[in-house]
Ligand binder design. Structure first.
Ligand code: FPP
Length: 243
């Protein structure tokens, strides 16, 4: 083993993906942007399969941000319809593969139809012990912190906690999915080099991986490459490794 190869491969429990580039993928083919969102489904399937096959515990997909509501009405409507159709078409196979469907975000902002489908998928798969597939919908890291701080402020007002008693754990446990571990690796497709409000608190020590591949072109082999690079990284969490 060379000095550059760590003796212990970094474990990968939670993978987050910022699925970007659908619009550019479509435009580069002379298609409407919505065709890119449609084509994104294959990449989602491959990512879910890969995580199931390799024993990754949690996969969070950034499907719709709090900022995405500002897109043209027709595009928002299309994405919401796609979400509903995606769940309908895939719920049997997800359930058979013991996938637990979950969601994070301001879910009450979603239109009634997709929300009903989502809630029914979450209830149906709540007891599954395989991959936890977390859809980030109407999600924003800042909005999540605002919601969490409001909850903590309520606890302070009720005298359940003192301001001095607030710790990092208090904040972590006030977020939408407090039982989910922080993401180990966050992948963003399409060449943009930013987090765009994705899991801001939770990604403090996440490894970041950026690729130029547009989301609809993203396949298992690309995911494998990202995971292989991640496994070679040394995660120090602010400490040193040669004490
Ligand atoms: C980013 O590409 C993609 C989105 C904001 C929407 C993602 C939606 C889906 C993958 C489909 C619905 C979700 C599920 C779970 C079925 P972009 O449009 O920002 O691309 P661009 O940066 O090239 O314009």
């Amino acid at each position: 083993m060379t000095s550059s190869s760590p003796s212990v491969l970094a474990p990968l429990t939670h993978l987050g993906i910022i699925m970007d580039g659908n619009g550019r993928w479509a435009r580069s083919r002379g298609l409407k942007r919505i065709e890119g969102h449609k084509a994104a489904e294959t990449s989602i399937h491959e990512s879910v399969e890969y995580c199931g096959e390799t024993g990754i515990g949690y996969l969070t997909l950034y499907a719709f941000s709090t900022e995405n509501w500002k897109r043209p009405r027709a595009e928002v409507g299309f994405i919401m319809a796609l979400l509903k159709r995606f769940i309908r078409r895939n719920i049997d196979s997800l359930d058979q593969n013991r996938v637990r469907v979950r969601a994070t975000g301001r879910l009450n902002d979603l239109p009634a139809g997709p929300l009903r489908e989502l809630r029914s998928a979450m209830e149906r798969t709540a007891g599954n012990d395989g991959l936890q597939l977390i859809l980030a919908l109407s999600y924003g890291g800042r909005a999540e912190l605002v919601d969490g701080f409001r909850r903590i402020a309520g606890m302070v007002r009720n005298g359940d906690i003192s301001p001095e008693g607030i710790t990092e754990d208090t904040i972590s446990s006030s977020l939408y999915l407090p039982d989910v571990p922080d993401p180990d690796l966050v992948i963003r497709t399409s060449g943009e080099l930013r987090l765009s409000n994705f899991l801001l608190w939770q990604s403090a020590y996440s490894e970041l991986y950026f690729t130029d591949v547009l989301w609809p072109d993203f396949r298992k082999k690309h995911l494998m490459e990202a995971v292989e690079e991640y496994r070679r990284r040394r995660r120090r969490f602010g400490e040193v490794d040669d004490v």
